[in-house]
Write a protein that binds this ligand. Sequence first.
Ligand code: FES
Length: 156
Amino acid sequence: MLSKENFEKLERLKSQYPTTKSLSLPVLWMIQEQHGWISPESMQYVADLLQLPVSHVYGVVTFYTMFNTKPVGKYHLQVCTNVSCLLRGGEELLDHICKRLHVKRGEITLDQRFTVTEVECLGSCGTAPMLQANDEYYENLSTEKVERLLDEWSKG
Ligand code: FES
């Protein structure tokens, strides 16, 4: 399941981490980078690879919201609706995106291009409202800005 490159990376990391348990996070991150999400089979794979109980791996995956436990679209839009974003229209922005893409919160579009997720604070409160699309932050958003972004992402 780990690519050759990531397997080699894991070998290098082993000397930097005190226990195999502490390697759970980087290994799970590598799996998600490769596959976009972490399936039950991947959890079992990581458990076997690191010789840990699968319950431990499951606990890590479900504790950290950065891990996807189901497949996500090409563009995973994580829209913050925590206090600062909420006060500056984050909730309306999320509703707008869902309406435009014909999905409910947490769903993937039929063409599998977009997943829209409501998330807690992403640490960018000063530039609210904001969303994260894959690894990028988009800040000081308005409906118009989001429309332009969705137009762009719908093409590429
Ligand atoms: S409240 Fe939205 S980034 Fe902090």
